[in-house]
Design a protein around this ligand. Structure first.
Ligand code: IPE
Ligand code: IPE
Ligand code: MG
Ligand code: MG
Ligand code: MG
Length: 296
């Protein structure tokens, strides 16, 4: 990981967090508990990789990042909703996330469920408002459509459903591909693509961004599984490991080295998708490299 990319990530995280803070009610808002629960999770140390990818896709075409910021923040809100619900006792039943107690451990299950519901719902409201401000232009609506699909039945929901159904069961590579494409790659693919949509990309450019996003999204989940398998969630995130839960994962089925190879192959394929772009796509290229080399 180069220093340069480190600084890029840090600067982008600060920008995103400043906007996120502005788009949501303060912790002092009545009734305080729900706002505290939302902010506890949303500002709990996430990497912000999805909004960073959106902005990196956008900056291939335009420099005015502020215009894309409501969509970048909505994306991070959807992601954090999915994590709060993913950790619930009825799902992965994790007590820790990012080294801290999970939302339901801190605020109780009912408030955690509502915090997730709130983040998902508010994300779409935020995008609708931003879309309206863009005027007669349809790019806002296109972005919303894209994220609706990725968060819904073409993405997170069906991926999470199969992830849970396959837990403790016999599974094959096809199951793993379905799970990772849906629960993770769909939203990451949408992140990059929405960056392009908002930036005014043409059809072939959108296809390239979409295919790039799909591949790094799949690689991202494989690396998530690899890191969990290597050190166990107890060390990294402070929660039960996938192995203990008998989760369907790449390293459990293929072993560590084959899983890492697959992630690297997907990342190489992803980079090829970007060949049509100038050096304005350099941030996106660097992020793709980082995704498979990351240690956290
Ligand atoms: C974790 O995502 C869940 C997956 C889809 C693998 P991240 O690793 O992006 O989570 P944070 O927000 O940075 O903690
Ligand atoms: C979660 O996958 C993917 C989501 C869409 C929330 P994991 O269950 O592997 O994510 P972590 O490891 O708990 O972050
Ligand atoms: Mg899960
Ligand atoms: Mg989980
Ligand atoms: Mg995981």
């Amino acid at each position: 990981l180069s220093i340069e990319l480190d600084q890029y990530f840090k600067a982008r995280r600060e920008l995103i967090e400043k906007s996120l803070d502005q788009f949501l009610p303060s912790e002092q808002t009545y009734p305080e508990k729900i706002h505290q629960a939302i902010r506890y999770s949303l500002f709990g140390g996430g990497k912000r990789i999805r909004p960073i990818l959106l902005l990196a896709g956008y900056e291939i075409f335009r420099d005015d990042l502020e215009r894309a910021m409501p969509f970048a923040c909505a994306l991070e809100m959807i992601h954090n909703y999915s994590l709060i619900h993913d950790d619930l006792p009825a799902m992965d039943d994790d007590d820790f996330r990012r080294g801290k107690p999970t939302c339901h451990k801190m605020f109780g299950e009912a408030t955690a469920i509502l915090a997730g519901d709130a983040l998902l719902t508010e994300a779409f409201g935020l995008m609708a408002r931003a879309g309206l401000e863009m005027g007669s232009d349809q790019v806002g609506l296109k972005a919303i459509q894209e994220l609706g699909q990725a968060a819904g039945l073409s993405g997170i929901i069906t991926g999470q459903e199969l992830d849970l159904e396959k837990q403790g069961q016999v599974y094959n590579e096809q199951d793993l591909e379905y799970i990772s494409r849906h629960k993770t790659a769909a939203l990451i693919r949408a992140s990059v693509k929405v960056g392009g949509i908002l930036g005014g990309a043409g059809e072939s450019e959108l296809t390239a961004l979409s295919e790039f996003g799909e591949r790094i999204g799949r690689a991202f989940q494989i690396v998530d599984d690899v890191l969990d398998f290597q050190v166990g969630d107890r060390d990294r995130k402070g929660s039960e490991s996938d192995a203990r839960k008998k989760k369907a994962t790449y390293p459990a089925l293929l072993g560590l080295s084959q899983s890492r190879e697959l992630a690297k192959r997907l990342s190489r394929e992803a980079l090829k998708c970007l060949e049509i772009f100038s050096d304005r796509a350099e941030p996106l290229r660097k992020i793709a490299g980082w995704l498979v080399a990351r240690e956290y």
